[in-house]
Design a binder for this molecule. Structure first.
Ligand code: NAD
Ligand code: MG
Length: 399
């Protein structure tokens, strides 16, 4: 952590403050003392200017940024007279990330969050990472950037947060497997025929977790779990074959670590993202958090099933990407972001998303390695070009 605060308050900047992770973060910060405990050097949002302005005023933020340059005038007007600096567009997002802070909550969705998060890392901030696409796309370059800056990487994704809690630092050599739990989403028991016909509205309705629309649909297709497998590989330095996925519909066990003596350590809790966020904010201590306590007698049972990779091909694609290595994580993510947007826009069907990603990964399987972050952006752009061509083909066939 560099450039210490002039006051004793903890400084927390929030990328994606208006989203599900961002709103939960502000809720936990309020619970932990609000403006008496925290300063907010910067917060960002995109289309919901009214909420962004309200959050900026409530937290007394130093700098408020919308990712959409077309909304700059609205944000400026909404914060007129507040003394809060405003900005818009990609350069302002990076500046928001680079403002001196102790902790950055990376809560943007997609690769759009990579540049501002890297700016915070370069400035020595600790990174509480929800924005898993940073790790999936940039992999070890991303973790190396945080290490170089001197900050800590604190996983906020509930599975990785769980693993972080039960991974004994001095027993890393004895880690045999990482077991990621998955709820199975709303289509756990659907046939492929039923899945082919689902709409974005149905796919976005997650049974256990309340999240943004993109991650909710990714949960339904298990692309979210696919991203999380790659995320786990980079976070915990394990081999692809050490990462297992188990469907656990109740979402009470958030993930597990299996050790070489046969012992399995699990982290359990109510499915509430505020736990992982509160844990990251309070680390290395545990705070008193307003999370529902588990009542085991009422829970009565926990179920587990092996995932069906025929209906959820995303899991196999993650394994392929990890085995191929290089820039395939960035390619998988870029193609998936395009396919997801096309599904939301009604251009392709639910199952076609995996076909588009598989085609793109095969076309761009050229063994290229990521030397710099620019290579990651180039791979992301190439993936989007190839995926968009596949999407246009799929849309033509559907007419
Ligand atoms: P969300 O859609 O609710 O919010 C996304 C935020 O990012 C919003 O503030 C939005 O304004 C901003 N944003 C969107 N597109 C942007 C762009 N192109 N440039 C800059 N800002 C942009 O999403 P979310 O559910 O809060 O998820 C955020 C991240 O956290 C994702 O990577 C997701 O996978 C991860 N995550 C979320 C949850 C959850 O419970 N919501 C759980 C685990 C991990
Ligand atoms: Mg998760």
């Amino acid at each position: 952590m560099n450039n210490s605060s002039p006051t004793s308050k903890r400084r927390i900047s929030i990328l994606g403050a208006t989203g599900s992770i961002g709103r939960n973060t502000l809720d936990i910060m309020n619970h932990l003392g609000g403006r008496d405990a925290f300063e907010v050097p910067a917060i960002t949002g995109m289309g919901n200017i009214e909420l962004l302005a309200e959050q900026a005023r409530q937290t007394g933020a130093g700098f408020a940024v919308t990712a959409d340059p077309g909304r700059y005038a609205d944000l400026k007007a909404a914060l007129a007279g507040s003394g809060i600096e405003t900005g818009a567009g990609p350069a302002a997002l990076i500046e928001a990330g680079a403002r001196n802070t102790d902790l950055l909550i990376a809560g943007i969705v997609g690769i759009a969050g990579l540049a501002p998060t890297l700016a915070a890392a370069a400035n020595g901030a600790d990174i509480a990472l929800a924005n898993k696409e940073c790790l999936v796309s940039a992999g070890d370059l991303f973790t190396a950037a945080i290490t170089r800056g001197g900050g800590k990487l604190l996983p906020v994704d509930s599975e990785h947060n769980a693993i972080f809690q039960v991974l004994e630092e001095d027993q890393r050599h004895a880690v045999e497997r990482i077991i990621l739990t998955a709820s199975g989403g709303p289509f756990r028991d659907f046939t492929r025929e039923q899945m082919a016909a689902v709409t974005p509205e149905v796919a976005a309705a997650h049974p256990n977790w309340s999240m943004g629309i993109k991650i909710s649909i990714d949960s339904a297709s298990m692309f979210n779990k696919a991203l999380e497998m790659i995320e786990a590989r980079h976070l915990f330095g394990v081999k692809p074959e050490q990462i297992e996925v188990i469907v656990h519909p109740q979402s009470i066990i958030h993930s597990m670590v299996g050790y070489s003596d046969g012992s399995v350590l699990a982290q359990l809790g109510a499915p509430d993202m505020r736990h992982a966020i509160g844990y990251a904010i309070s680390h290395p201590r545990r705070a008193n958090l307003p999370i529902e306590r588990l009542d085991f007698a009422r829970l009565a049972r926990l179920d587990f099933f092996a995932p069906d990779e025929n209906r959820f091909p995303a899991l196999g694609l993650a394994r392929t990407a990890m085995q191929r290595g290089g820039l395939q994580g960035a390619v998988l993510n870029g193609a998936k972001e395009c396919a997801l947007e096309a599904f939301i826009a009604g251009q392709v069907g639910f199952l076609e998303m995996a076909d588009i990603v598989a085609t793109t990964m095969d076309k761009l399987d050229d063994g290229r390695m990521a030397q710099t972050i620019d290579d990651v952006y180039a791979a992301d752009r190439d993936a989007r070009d190839v995926a968009n061509t596949a999407i246009a083909g799929a849309a033509r066939r559907a007419v």
